[in-house]
Design a protein around this ligand. Structure first.
Ligand code: PRP
Ligand code: URA
Length: 217
């Protein structure tokens, strides 16, 4: 597994293998972990990842008064927009919003055709001014990369320029495809796994994220 930050021609992949994230992800990977525990671990990992993903958010100076003195403080200077890819991206939303409660939320509905693995769009709704915002596209799984590539193309078409992709588990194939299609997008993962199997599932992975979050299988 690759870890750390790789910056080459502005391509950035960060694998956040913090012990707490790795521990919780291991519980999610176990095949016997039920829907409730799976969802709760995902929610907690989302919050931990958000702390790291937000590390470089821009701030602006503001003059304030504490009970003791006037001083210069710093506040976030750009709006954050979180865009979960439905369905499974919903599982990351609340954890990130706990850290960035002022974030606005857009939604992209995509499902992967089980035969062709091609993503199909069924829903899109965005707040205004994506061009000014830091846009976080979130989805637990980056497999072939097709869904994330389409989602990022959609937010770019609405003006987004500063985009971060936040996923739990990525396959090398998906990372490569994403970097080729959108080299300007920073990618954050909790783990970079080994490979995709013949059905387009990440190995070792954690199975079908949407089904495990929503108990649909
Ligand atoms: C899963 C996952 C990603 C996509 C990843 O969604 O949540 O969106 O597959 O695969 P890709 O990188 O090969 O595109 P799925 O299409 O199963 O829909 P769901 O979230 O509704 O379950
Ligand atoms: N989508 C999932 O939910 N899991 C995978 O392993 C691949 C795509």
């Amino acid at each position: 597994m690759i870890s750390g930050t790789e910056t080459e021609d502005k391509i950035m992949l960060e694998v956040l293998n913090h012990p707490l994230i790795t521990h919780k992800l291991t519980q999610m990977r176990r095949k016997d972990t039920g829907t409730k525990d799976f969802r709760e671990h995902l929610d907690e990992i989302a919050e931990l990842m958000a702390y790291e993903v937000c590390r470089d958010l821009p701030v602006k100076p503001v003059e304030i008064e504490t009970p003791l003195a006037a001083c210069t403080g710093y506040e976030l200077s750009k709006e954050v927009v979180i865009v979960p890819i439905l369905r499974a991206g919903i599982g990351l939303l609340d954890g990130i919003r706990r850290l960035v409660p002022t974030a606005k939320v857009g939604f992209i509905g995509l499902y992967r055709d089980e035969e062709t693995l091609e993503p199909h769009e069924y829903f899109a709704k965005f707040p205004k001014n994506l061009d000014e915002a830091i846009v976080m596209v979130v989805d637990p799984m980056l497999a072939t990369g097709g869904s994330a590539i389409d989602a990022i193309t959609m937010v770019k078409a609405r003006g987004a320029k500063n985009i971060k992709l936040v996923c739990l588990v990525g396959a090398p194939e998906g990372v490569k495809a994403l970097q080729a299609a959108h080299p300007d997008v920073d990618i954050y993962l909790a783990a970079l796994d080994d490979h995709l199997n013949e059905n387009g599932y990440i190995v070792p992975g954690l199975g079908d994220a949407g089904d495990r979050i929503f108990g649909t299988k």
